[in-house]
Design a protein around this ligand. Structure first.
Ligand code: GLN
Ligand code: ZN
Length: 758
């Protein structure tokens, strides 16, 4: 019999109950006892749902009070010294101190979990003596069994991946140190496995996601760990789980000493399937096949999935095959059941976590010869209705994209000629600007809330926004900034804002996904063909320009960033969706230009986020990103200056792509690693204008004039002064007004000092 399995269930709760429990604990609205009881109820309800759905292998210990990497670190006693010395299980207070910081100790660093928008807490292993403080895997295994009769599958982050995701001395653990630390860590896993074996656990899901990016030499480390675990707990079957991409060393990895292997057959570019067909699969092993997309929100084409499963079964016996989502469902919202405002055609085309599990169960039944005709039929009908709907068959969009792709999407002239044309802008040496947003004060948020609730009329709300923009334009003038912005007060989010104004987008009521800790994001949904129907930013930008004799910069979000921060339809290739959005934004750029706006910034903060895990797919991704950006930005006159902005300092490897965007000016975050950024420009000569952020906006600290001046001086050693712009690292929306003004004042003073030295 084929079995159904799941790798992990979302924590947030259907109505974000989990998030509120955490936050209520932090704000002392509930006691620890209430928190413990209520999170337990939620955890059991989640398990029960999976049990009722008919999932055979239900994950346990995937639950977390914040983050699963932090859980492992805390259980292993791998807590930075600044939070104290721990000889027993961390209290909730101590656990949250690590995640959120205290008044004396800064929070642990947080970083992206592979190529997702989930952020994990990076374990800091400096001076750490591993010690098992809490076998949480055993606790949760026993709980599921006692309370619900579920013989669960504990999910443990594997030792090699845990170490590779950790840092020592600010560097990720690699090389010699990795094997040394592995030897120190393995005894803890041995203890966990022994205790699980004694409790009767049959399967453990050992997540080793780093197996998809590992080099060949390191495979020995994974093998070594598995050999030891097998030796000490021969009765526990180990399923080594990979996800997010194909494995590169298929034959080595299928032969690792484990009873099962989990492979992703959705995000593998077909490579896992090809390897399986070429090299077969060990007869005695379980293949946990990720067949349902665990990263998107769409219903699957079950007929297509059945074909995939048939191909798998040519190489794997039924008794050895598990079907499951491609990765933990942590990355998708929970259920479509509570969405009651969506067009039914769209709603029926969606599958969140619960619906995905139902798909897994249907496919498992089908594989076992059960009659699921009705389910397959219903699914097909829903999919057909969405795919054949007007939303996805807008001939005007198809035609327009075809035309724009046939035309050259290049600026009319090359950069050197554009610079000459742009002299009409009359910008001074070391032009000075900000990245776009100004503080979204309590008042801004209160007014927006009142407007959304209907307590404030649109006219009054707009008047408030205008007044706020006006106030900040005056502040910018007084500070002597050269290129001004309107401040983005009308936007809660730079992607959602455009999603609400373009055709083809919608929003859900409960489509939340955990981003980090208690924080969720509710990405917009690109469900259909994207079309620009009317000007979006023109009114606010023109209003701002009318208030000042200085130039005001228009502010848009690029197609690729919109895509990387949205849930995108999966019936079209992403690059085609990007072309559609790119074209919609091209209309907006041209509308701004026609309305007299002379500088337009198209933000690209998420370009890096979509970068494929495997280097071999990156060139393609970047080429498509560049194409979409150019569709948006190349329809303007030479004298119109196009800016872009990116939010990360490690851009060395993508510098050629950044240059290929052909933006006249780019601003890049860099103050936190100024030396590194500068180095990139020693190696590669950048030929257009650039603003390396001269101060860090991520903290309320006001940088001194000297410090900023030094940053400018250093940058000017590698970048020609005629190419250099002065700006902060990023937008200022999360900062407070006084610190923002103080920091900008110092920035302008530093610029004046540098100008005076010339
Ligand atoms: N223009 C945006 C802002 O200033 C850019 C934000 C970002 O880079 N993430 O807020
Ligand atoms: Zn930024």
């Amino acid at each position: 019999m084929v079995k159904s399995s799941n790798q992990g269930y979302p924590r947030l709760g259907e109505k974000r109950e989990w998030k509120f429990l955490l936050e209520h604990l932090w704000s002392h609205k509930i006691t620890e006892a209430e928190f413990t009881a209520q999170t337990k109820a939620l955890r059991l309800a989640n398990l029960k749902k999976q049990q009722t759905a008919g999932i055979d292998l239900i994950p346990v210990a995937d639950y977390s009070n914040y983050d699963h990497v932090l859980d492992a670190a805390a259980a292993f006693g791998a807590v930075p010294q600044r939070f104290g010395q721990f000889n027993e299980k961390l209290s909730l207070i101590d656990y949250y101190s690590v995640a959120r910081g205290t008044k004396d100790a800064v929070a642990a660093e947080m970083t992206k979990w592979f190529n997702t928008n989930y952020h994990y807490i990076v374990p800091e292993l400096d001076h750490v003596q591993f010690k098992l403080l809490d076998n949480r895997w055993l606790t949760y295994y026993n709980e599921a069994k006692a309370e619900l009769g579920i013989d669960g599958k504990p999910v443990i982050l594997g030792p090699v991946s845990f170490l590779k995701l950790s840092k020592v001395n600010d560097d990720y653990v690699r090389g010699e140190l990795l094997s040394q630390l592995l030897d120190e860590l393995l005894p803890l896993y041995v203890q966990i496995f022994r205790e699980l074996a004694a409790a009767g656990a049959k399967w453990v899901q050992l997540d080793e996601p780093t197996l998809v990016t590992t080099d060949k030499a390191e495979l020995d480390l994974y093998r070594h760990a598995l050999e030891i675990l097998h030796e000490v707990a021969p009765d526990v079957n180990v399923l080594v789980q990979t996800y997010f991409a194909a494995v590169d060393y298929y034959t080595e990895i299928v032969n690792l000493p484990a009873e099962g292997l989990g492979l992703d057959f959705v995000h593998d570019h077909g490579e896992n399937l090809k390897a399986l067909q070429e090299h077969g699969f060990p007869e005695t092993k379980v293949l946990a096949a990720g067949v349902i997309d665990g990263r998107n929100i769409w219903r699957s084409d079950l007929t297509g999935k059945q074909e995939l499963i048939d191909q798998l079964r040519e190489n794997v016996a039924s008794a050895q095959l598990w079907l499951q989502p491609s990765n933990s469902l942590l990355h998708v919202p929970i259920t479509t059941a509570n969405e009651n405002k969506l067009d039914p055609v769209i709603k029926n085309g969606l599958a969140f976590a619960d619906q995905k599990l139902a798909e897994v169960v249907t496919l498992t039944h089908a594989a076992n010869g059960d009659d699921v005709t009705a389910e397959l039929q219903a699914s097909q009908t829903a999919l057909d209705q969405l795919n054949h709907s007007e939303h996805r068959n807008n001939p005007a969009v198809a035609q327009a994209v075809k035309e724009i792709l046939a035309a050259p999407t290049e600026r009319r002239s090359a950069y050197p000629e554009r610079v000459k044309a742009q002299q009409v802008l009359n910008l001074p040496l070391l032009p000075t600007t900000t990245i776009g947003s100004f503080p979204q004060s309590a008042e801004v948020r209160a007014q927006r809330k009142a407007w959304r609730k209907g307590d404030l009329s649109t006219t009054d709300y707009q008047a408030f926004l205008d007044q706020e923009a006006k106030r900040w334009l005056k502040i910018q003038e007084d500070l002597d900034i050269d290129v001004l912005v309107h401040g983005e007060f009308e936007r809660t989010d730079m992607v959602e804002y455009f999603g609400q104004k373009l055709k083809g987008f919608t929003t859900t009521q409960n489509g939340w996904v955990q981003s980090y800790g208690s924080r969720g994001v509710k990405p917009p949904v690109v469900f259909g063909d994207v079309q620009w129907t009317e000007p979006i930013t023109v009114r606010d930008t023109v209003f701002a320009q009318e208030q000042t004799s200085k130039l005001v910069k228009g502010m848009l979000t690029s197609a690729v960033t919109i895509i990387n921060w949205s849930f995108v339809r999966d019936d079209l290739a992403k690059n085609i969706v990007a072309d559609q959005i790119g074209l919609a934004l091209r209309h907006e750029v041209q509308a701004l230009e026609a309305a007299g706006i002379k500088i337009i910034q198209v933000d690209e903060p998420a370009l890096r986020e979509g970068l494929p895990l495997k280097p071999r797919y990156r060139a393609d991704y970047l080429a498509n990103a560049v194409k979409a950006f150019k569709i948006t930005t190349t329809g303007v006159k030479d004298e119109t200056q196009i800016h872009t902005h990116m939010c990360y300092s490690d851009f060395e490897d993508i510098l050629p792509a950044i240059s290929a965007l052909d933006a006249d000016v780019i601003s890049i975050e860099s103050s936190r690693s100024h030396g590194e950024s500068i180095k990139a420009f020693e190696q590669t000569k950048y030929d257009k204008q650039i603003g390396l952020g001269v101060y860090d906006i991520h903290s309320p600290r006001v940088p001194s004039v000297e410090e900023i001046e030094q940053n400018i001086d250093r940058a000017l050693q590698v970048i020609d002064i005629h190419q250099f712009w002065i700006n902060p690292d990023c937008g200022l929306k999360t900062r407070k007004e006084p610190e923002t003004i103080a920091a900008l004042r110092n920035m302008v003073q530093a610029r004046n000092n540098v100008r005076a030295k010339l």
